[in-house]
Design a protein around this ligand. Structure first.
Ligand code: MRU
Length: 343
C-alpha cells in the first residue's frame, strides 16, 4: 500500500504531497528541523500524518543527542518539542503526539534509555494509527447504504494518516463490501488535496471517483446525486464541534438543508477534551499567496489581497454522527460524546 512516511531510526523519508500526483518525490530528513519544515510547507499534511511525522522527527532528534548527559538531553529535547509545536496550530494530533513524547522526557531515565523509549514511542504512534484507522473503517462502514454516492472533502486517506485513512478508510471499507457506487471528491481549494490526493488514492484502488469543484456541492445535492457526506477532522471539541479543512462547514450546512447525512470520521486522538466548544479552536491562517496563485501562476490582479483560513468549524448540531475507533456517536453533543471515554 501507498505510504506517506518511511522511518529509518536516524532519518525519515517524507513523501512530498505538494508534488503528487505528477511526481513521486521523497524528502530525506535527518533533523527534527527538516521535519518541522516539511509540516509547515505541507509536504506532509493531514492530522494523523502530521502527528506521526512530528513523533518521528523527535525520535531523530533524540538519536542525534545520544551523547548528551541526561540533563542536557532533556533540556535540548524540550526545545525540539517546542519547535515542533510551532508548525501548524489546528490539528490536535500534532500536540497529542508531542505530549506522548514529552511524557517520556518527564521520566527519570538515563540518556540511552530516553533515546530507546522515544524511538519506540514514535513507532508505536505510527503503528497504532494503522490499527485505529482500520477500526474506524469497520465502524463507519455499517452506516453506508448500498449503492452509495458519497461526497468527501480534502484528503483523509493513507496520505493524511500512516495508512488506510479515516473518512477515506470508511469509504475503502464500504467499497470492499460492494457498497460504493460513486465518490465525489471536492477539489479542495487552494491546495487541491481532493483533486490531487484523494483522486490519486481512490483511482489506484479502482474506487470510482469523480472530481467536483468545491462550489458544485449544492448543485449535486439538489440534483439528488449524493446520499451522504463524510469528512475527517483536525480537532473535535468535547461537544462534537469539529474543525476540518476550509469548506467543511459549508458542506454541513448544505447537507443539512437537503436532509443528507453528514458524517465525521476521526480517531480518538483528534478529540480535544480540554475544549468545551469549537469556538476556542485556533484556525490556521495561511499565506494569501496560496489563494492568489494557481499552479505557481498568479491569477488575481496584482495588489488584490485574499483571505486564507485553512480550516473552519462545523457545529455539532449539523453532524449526523462522529465515527471513531471506540464507536459511533449519533447526534453528538457534550453528553453523548462522553460515551466514547467509557467505551
Ligand atoms: O491542511 P491539511 O491538508 O493538513 O488538512 C487536512 C484535513 O483537513 C483533513 O481532513 C484532516 O486532517 C483529517 S485527515 C485524516
Amino acid at each position: 500500500m501507498l505510504q506517506s512516511l518511511k522511518f529509518y531510526g536516524t532519518s525519515i523519508d517524507i513523501l512530498d504531497q505538494t508534488k503528487l500526483p505528477q511526481e513521486e518525490r521523497w524528502i530525506h530528513c535527518t533533523t527534527a528541523k527538516e521535519v518541522a519544515r516539511c509540516i509547515v510547507d505541507m509536504n506532509v499534511r493531514g492530522a494523523p500524518a502530521i502527528g506521526a511525522a512530528a513523533a518521528y522527527g523527535i525520535a531523530i532528534a533524540a538519536q542525534e543527542r545520544k551523547h548528551f548527559n541526561a540533563e542536557d538531553f532533556v533540556k535540548s529535547m524540550n526545545e525540539v518539542l517546542d519547535q515542533m509545536s510551532q508548525t501548524r496550530p489546528t490539528a490536535v494530533n500534532l500536540f497529542w503526539a508531542i505530549e506522548r513524547m514529552r511524557g517520556i522526557l518527564n521520566l527519570p531515565l538515563a540518556t540511552e534509555e530516553f533515546v530507546r523509549r522515544l524511538v519506540d514511542e514514535a513507532e508505536a504512534i505510527a503503528r497504532e494509527d494503522i490499527v485505529v484507522n482500520r477500526k474506524i473503517g469497520e465502524n463507519g462502514e455499517t452506516l453506508i447504504p448500498s449503492d452509495a454516492r458519497i461526497l468527501t472533502h480534502c484528503n483523509t486517506g493513507t496520505l493524511a494518516t500512516v495508512e488506510y485513512g479515516t473518512a477515506l478508510g470508511v469509504i475503502r471499507s464500504a467499497f470492499a463490501k460492494g457498497k460504493v457506487s460513486q465518490v465525489y471528491a471536492d477539489e479542495t481549494r487552494p491546495y487541491l488535496q481532493g483533486a490531487r490526493l484523494t483522486a490519486f488514492e481512490l483511482q489506484a484502488e479502482h474506487i470510482p471517483v469523480t472530481i467536483v469543484t468545491d462550489s458544485m456541492a449544492g448543485y449535486l445535492m439538489q440534483q439528488n446525486m449524493v446520499d451522504l457526506v463524510i469528512v475527517g477532522a483536525d480537532r473535535v471539541a468535547s461537544n462534537g464541534d469539529t474543525a476540518n479543512k476550509i469548506g467543511t462547514y459549508s458542506l454541513a450546512v448544505l447537507a443539512n438543508a437537503h436532509r443528507i447525512p453528514f458524517y465525521v470520521a476521526a480517531p480518538m486522538s483528534t478529540i480535544d477534551w480540554s475544549m468545551t466548544t469549537g469556538e476556542a479552536i485556533e484556525i490556521e491562517q495561511r499565506s494569501s499567496e496560496e489563494v492568489l496563485t494557481f499552479g505557481g501562476q498568479r491569477v488575481a490582479p496584482l495588489g488584490v489581497d485574499a483571505l486564507h483560513p485553512a480550516f473552519d468549524v462545523t457545529p455539532h448540531r449539523l453532524i449526523t454522527a462522529i465515527i471513531t475507533e471506540n464507536g459511533v456517536i449519533h447526534r453528538p453533543n457534550s453528553e453523548a460524546m462522553k460515551q466514547l471515554v467509557k467505551a
